[in-house]
Design a protein around this ligand. Structure first.
Ligand SMILES: [Zn+2]
Length: 73
């Protein structure tokens, strides 16, 4: 699997996450964890990928498993 080198932003402060999630809901989409697709889990953080204009919501357990160091460029 190719891993393109693109700029991403990790958003994990509660206010910003809540703002992004309400934005997602306003588009008629459910903010579900991108990794496990478990709608019952609370979203803990959002990955903003500017290059493809995507927001990836991640639940608590998935967020903690994410290798953040890999993105700290
Ligand atoms: Zn998850």
């Amino acid at each position: 699997m190719d891993t393109p080198l693109i700029e991403i932003e990790l958003i994990e402060d509660a206010l910003s996450v809540a703002a992004l999630l309400s934005e997602v809901r306003s588009k008629g989409e459910m903010p579900v964890c991108r990794r496990c697709n478990d709608a019952t889990k609370t979203i803990a953080g959002v990955l903003v990928i500017d290059a493809i204009d995507e927001h990836w919501a991640l639940c608590g357990p998935c967020w903690r498993e994410m290798p953040k160091a890999a993105y700290a460029v």
